[in-house]
Design a binder for this molecule. Sequence first.
Ligand code: DP6
Length: 336
Amino acid sequence: MKKLTAHKATAVAPANIAFIKYWGRADDVLTLPANDSISMNLSDCITTTTVSFEDQLEQDVFELYAQNGNRMDLRTDETERIFLQIDRIRDLAHLTTKTRITSKNSFPFGAGIASSASGFAALTLAATVAAGLNQSKQELSRLARLSGSGSACRSIPNGFVEWQAGTDSSSYARSLKSADWWNLYDVVAIVDDTKKTVSSQDGHGLALHVPYFQTRQQELPVRLKRVKEALQERDIHTLGEVVEEEMFSFMSVLQMSKPSLLYWSGKTIDVIQAIRRWRAEGLAVYATIDAGPNVHCLCERSAVDSVCNQLRTIGVSSFIVNHASEGAHIIMDHLF
Ligand code: DP6
């Protein structure tokens, strides 16, 4: 085993919004999904992480800061997942040195805006570079997947991303289209920024016992194909229709889980209903939601101002405007 004298790297990674959701696993240990999924990286929901290998440390140290600079507390199992990911990277690099890790989110933590996806993608890239490894995008995506936050593998490649489920440990996500392919926006309407009570980790397990889950698996190939066609054609209406259908399919699995998972709040439904009204009035905007209450309003750039104004009229004053963005990348400004 090697030792490494203070070697530091900082990475930025985006959260991503799933057009077709990863929900349910074929293999828990390898984090293999039950189905392929497609997502878009979010420009303004990012995690920045600095990892430093330091000889004098006796144990790994992790700190997470919220967008307002406040220090966030993690549950023990959440911290364990982070240190397990560091162990994987240490093993790859044949190192024993402990790490100091600081992370900062630009958006609410644990409220269904895939903070673990951006978090594990940034951690994986920063830690591999700090450890002196030079991993390809494919290898990084695989490593990020193994963190247990499967969707993190989609935050490594650029822009619009597909994770093909695969059947073995080689499963990874690749870019379908670069970020500049389409001026598609995701205005995240923040209706609730408190941390969710049931994690995705528990939800994946419950999903497999839902009878509708099997039907959903049969429906997905058509939806995946339609999303790819819509991306190719930059067709907001087709994309939006499929994405809303997918949201309700995903929601059905959540509701039919035992115990039933209800991430939506009354405000979530208000926003979905308002979106239907605005669409009837000619505004091309569509909704999708991950495992949380906040509504991702998908529209093209020309509609962003109208969507923000309309959200204000129904009392939503907090939102994050995202365009499609590049995946995880290294920056030179360290957090410490
Ligand atoms: C609903 O297991 O990747 O966002 O560990 O919370 O990031 P976290 O979740 P993960 O499941 C993601 C579930 C989803 C859908 C998706 O992003 O595909």
